[in-house]
Ligand binder design. Sequence first.
Ligand code: CA
Length: 228
Amino acid sequence: MQTILVIEDEMPILVAIEDVLSDAGYSVLTARNGQQGLKYALEENYHLIILDLMLPRLDGLTLLKRLRKQDPHVPVIILTAKSQEMDKVIGFNSGADDYMIKPFGIHELVARVKVRLKNAQVHTQMLENYELEGITFDFKAVRAYQGKKKLNFSVKELELLQYLISHKGRAVSREKILEDVWKYNMDQAPLTRSVDNYILKLRQKVEKNPERPKHLLTVHSKGYCFED
Ligand code: CA
């Protein structure tokens, strides 16, 4: 299931968006001020973010600038009340992918969301090399070494590790891992346990103490997170 973060302080609009996106089959998380919205946006990877500009605590444009420093690729659709604000958005080259001027048709919004999600690809900058616990990972060549000795990692193990390392410090859900690493469509193949099995195997291979992992961490009710 694709996850969308909606940051909007006007309750009727927020509720309407949440309802219509849930009906369309998306998982929706909401925030009602800019500070909370930024926190959510930085903590986890979303497939798309819908962002109101006029927000308490932190305005939408500032939020977007801070978000873009860490995540240049997540699609963002901006909601704005006035066309004057819109001029600002365009003038500041804010990093938004699309915008809607209020009042807008809710179904128009869903249509735009669908287009954005279709166009969005996995854009995360994937690391090509990494050193961990004395092991050198060459993800490009799909190899792992300890000194000169080649270690036995499967292609999928290395892809999963590369993916998690590339998302270092951020929790990634099993569903998102399956979608991005296994390329499954979640509606068809809810095999989240295979992710767990791979994590167990990877822990055996890279953790000093696999029972008490330091790098491949389980984040309760969220998924997995890589830490140095
Ligand atoms: Ca507002």
